[in-house]
Write a protein that binds this ligand. Structure first.
Ligand code: NAD
Ligand code: UFG
Length: 341
């Protein structure tokens, strides 16, 4: 009996693989390598001290998915595979709808054909659009301002329709807030292949001297220091949330959404200060205009996940920053603080 991780080679997937290993679960990873390295598998195996079967392939390849589900005796799927850049999704919407929505549908069809109906889906806080009230709880209306966000809302809605049509489905949509940090071993971490857009990978680029300064997008937000507030969550806390969700689905049918965050917001300057303390490096910065599409504040109400999943994020902002830096020091060679691809 195995758990299939689509996109299990990626940033979050590799940490989920480690968390499941620790929870004593057998896993199989399927990934097309579009944003990850094959080397990650051996790092997961070293941490887990176990062989991890790897299938190189695409979630849109229904035949391959069906074969994988059958041959590895899969009982549940954690579906992380997807494209995730907001900016790229605006330029290439069809790639995003094909990969994220069509890909999800073909995975679901393959699962249905094999009678496998347990699914944990990687969703995002982006489904809440511009917050109407904070903290965001799971009943907040969904909306999206870009194609990436729409692919997450559409996938969630497809999953909800499926659970209504076939009550035997057990589905947890995990709405991630802002994952940062790395496993304590310093061997797996965030390794984007292109130019990063998110705050933490850009801070590390500057720290490594690969970029001259950090642009702070807006200092006139209605926040204590004027910079944007986000709910940063340690990727290992996030990963452990997946193990908790799988366990929850063992006794709960239907469609469920859970926020995975800490419930606490931090400004850009707070994260920066924490990173500087953890790394001992001062980060040159420049005040820049607001980034179009950014919201002032975004943080979660995590009561539902705490209560229902018996899960909570415990790691501190300092641990998020120090583990990120530890990983980057181990893999400083390439232009984007990456492990070698
Ligand atoms: P990632 O790019 O590091 O990992 C995604 C993995 O999926 C990569 O290894 C990539 O090679 C693989 N992949 C992409 N398309 C595929 C396909 N068609 N078939 C097979 N494999 C494919 O990204 P991540 O940060 O680990 O994100 C994982 C999931 O979590 C994504 O669905 C993303 O949208 C979601 N999410 C991420 C964040 C974040 O800030 N990192 C926030 C909210 C939600
Ligand atoms: N920021 C800067 N400078 C930068 C990059 C970011 O000041 O160079 C600021 C942003 O303005 C924002 C904060 O840092 O205030 C966080 O920005 P990120 O880009 O790291 O994260 P976002 O919250 O904007 O978006 C991310 C993902 C989305 C996802 C969302 C919620 O990119 O896809 O988290 O999970 F939907």
């Amino acid at each position: 009996m195995s758990i299939l991780l689509t996109g299990g080679n990626g940033y979050i997937g590799s940490h989920v693989a480690v968390a499941l290993g620790l929870a004593g679960r057998k896993i199989v990873i399927l990934d097309n390598g579009s944003n990850s390295s094959i080397n990650t598998i051996s790092k997961i195996e070293t941490i887990n001290r176990a062989h991890v079967p790897y299938v190189f392939g695409d979630i849109r390849d229904m035949k391959l998915i069906t074969k994988t589900l059958r041959e590895h005796d899969v009982t549940a799927v954690i579906h992380l595979a997807g494209l995730k850049s907001v900016a790229e999704s605006i330029e290439k919407p069809l790639d995003y709808y094909t990969n994220n929505v069509e890909g999800t549908i073909s995975l679901l069809k393959a699962m249905n054909s094999q009678g496998i109906r347990n699914l944990v889906f990687s969703s995002s806080a982006t489904v809440y659009g511009t917050p109407r009230q904070l903290p965001l709880d799971e009943t907040h209306p969904t909306s999206a301002t870009n194609p990436y966000g729409r692919t997450k809302i559409q996938s969630e809605e497809i999953l909800a329709d499926l659970a209504r049509a076939q009550p035997e489905w057990r589905i947890a949509c995990l709405r991630y807030f802002n994952p940062v940090g790395a496993h304590q071993s310093g061997t797996i971490g965030e390794s984007p292949k292109g130019i990063p857009n998110n705050l933490m990978p850009i801070i590390t680029q500057v720290a490594l001297g690969q970029k001259s300064q950090l642009d702070i997008f807006g200092t006139d937000y209605p926040t204590p220091d004027g910079t944007g507030i986000r709910d940063y969550i340690h990727v290992m806390d996030l990963a452990e949330g997946h193990a908790a969700a799988l366990q929850f689905l063992e006794s709960h049918a239907g469609w469920h959404a859970f926020n995975l965050g800490t419930g606490k917001g931090h400004t850009v300057l707070e994260l920066l200060e924490s990173f500087e303390k953890a790394s001992g490096i001062s980060i040159p910065r420049k005040i820049s205009p607001r980034r179009p599409g950014d919201v002032a504040k975004c943080y979660a109400n995590v009561d539902k996940a705490n209560r229902t999943l018996g899960w909570a994020a415990n790691r501190s902002l300092h641990e998020m920053c120090s583990s990120t830096w530890n990983f980057c020091l181990n893999f400083p060679r390439t232009t984007t603080c990456t492990s070698p691809h």
